[in-house]
Structures are given as C-alpha cells and as structure tokens.
Ligand binder design. Structure first.
Ligand SMILES: [Zn+2]
Length: 70
C-alpha cells in the first residue's frame, strides 16, 4: 500500500483535492462523490451527480439547510 497522496489542486496549486463520500438514499456509501480543495481560500470543488460532473458549484454550508420562511 502506498501512502494516500491526493492530487494537488490545479487551480491554486496550494491545496490538495480531498475526496468526500456521501450516503445514498438507501444508506449505501457513495465513495468519492465529490472532491474539494483543502485550501479554504480556493474552494475549488467538483462533484458527480446522476452521471454529470459539476465544477465549482457554490459550496453549501450547513447553514443553508435552515427551514425556509414562508
Ligand atoms: Zn485549490
């Protein structure tokens, strides 16, 4: 086993792209669903959803999940 070396971010050349996993609706793990730059001032990210790849979507913080006011 080689050490885990993540690819460096090609946008800022400072951070590394960290793989993020998620869980599907059935509770199955979805590995490496998204990659996010570890440099907080860069914020580059890419993710796959339904077979489509999205680059640099705005990062949604947990705060965006507060209930909507109606
Ligand atoms: Zn970066």
């Amino acid at each position: 086993m080689e050490g885990n070396v993540f690819p460096s971010c090609l946008k800022c050349n400072v951070g590394q792209l960290c793989p993020l996993s998620d869980y599907g609706s059935q509770g199955a793990a979805v590995h490496y669903k998204a990659w996010v730059c570890s440099n907080p001032t860069c914020g580059f990210n890419m993710k796959i959803r339904n077979g489509d790849i999205y680059f640099n979507e705005p990062i949604a913080s947990g705060a965006s999940h507060v209930p909507r006011m109606r």
